[in-house]
Design a protein around this ligand. Structure first.
Ligand code: ZN
Length: 289
């Protein structure tokens, strides 16, 4: 055993100058096969790493150092991400100052999202011009949030569900209302009675606290590293904008504000702009980073 280790070390020392052009970093993506809306852990392990960045859609994602010394990031696939292999370019720097370029690959699997066909009265489906303008403004305000990069990671450990109730409307649900297809469901609806306490899924900062036409009283938390969670249709807020919250802290009360038919909590998540299934956060962070 000892001699084989010595041999390995000797071989490594001999081979080392020739290997200088290629870092012996180990790159893992787990799971390597992911369905649309899924979240994977990207890990880079090796000697003398000074920093690693991943590129997604022209944006840089900084990997942070995990407890075991590896470099780590969560990668999210949008619910409408094209199926097939997805290359994630990685750029790294070694302690010696050299830069490296490597690639990680995720195999995107198509997901069979559920479908629902509804007919409602034309009057309920009609939106006047002024309201349409308001909706566009509110959508733009939300979209702007995903482009703001909080520098450091605020979240740590496991994510928790914001309410204890089960899923009443699944992530990615395709709705066809009065014959026309609507935007797929970007989050999950969780069972919550009027006034039920809603807690923060992890540490973060309140970056949106507003009342919108569709989502009613809405909160968005920025968890850092390009990760956001949303809490919609609240009856009341329990936090101020820009305040810092901790995992499990009460941030609001469930309700039925906005365009809904009954009380529930709409819980959504964005990861580097991608619409991801928030329930995946509970699973992917189960194994501590
Ligand atoms: Zn919803």
């Amino acid at each position: 055993m000892k001699s084989s280790w010595t041999t390995t070390l000797l071989l490594w020392l001999l081979a080392s100058p020739a290997l200088a052009a290629e870092p012996d970093w180990m790159i893992t993506v787990q799971p390597a096969e992911l369905h649309q809306g899924g979240i994977a852990q990207l890990r880079v392990l090796g000697r003398d790493i000074a920093g690693v960045k991943a590129l997604r859609g022209g944006e840089e994602i900084a990997l942070f150092v995990a407890e075991d010394g590896s470099y780590f990031a969560l990668l999210g696939l949008d619910l409408e991400q094209r199926p097939g292999p997805l290359e994630i370019p990685l750029r790294g720097r070694s302690v010696g100052g050299e830069s490296w370029a490597r690639q990680a690959t995720i195999y995107v699997k198509a997901k069979e999202f559920p479908r629902e066909t509804l007919s409602v009265s034309a009057a309920f489906d009609q939106i006047d011009r002024a309201t349409l303008k308001r909706i566009e403004k509110e959508q733009a305000e939300l979209d702007r949030l995903w482009k703001i990069h909080s520098l450091g990671r605020l979240w740590e450990g496991r994510f928790v569900a914001p309410v204890s109730g089960g899923i009443t409307s699944p992530f990615g649900l395709r709705r066809v209302i009065n014959g026309s297809a609507r935007a797929p469901h970007g989050g999950v609806d969780l069972k919550a009675s009027l006034g039920a306490e809603v807690v923060a899924a992890n540490h973060g900062r309140v970056v949106l606290r507003d009342e919108f036409f569709f989502s009613g009283k809405s909160l968005v938390l920025d968890h850092g590293g390009g990760l956001y969670t949303m809490y919609f249709h609240l009856s009341d807020f329990r936090v101020q904008k820009n305040s810092q919250v901790r995992t499990g802290e009460v941030i609001g009360l469930a309700g039925m504000t906005g365009r809904v038919t009954g009380p529930h909590l709409h819980w959504g998540a964005r990861l580097n702009g991608a619409r991801v299934d928030p329930v995946e956060l509970l699973e992917v962070t189960d194994a501590k980073p």
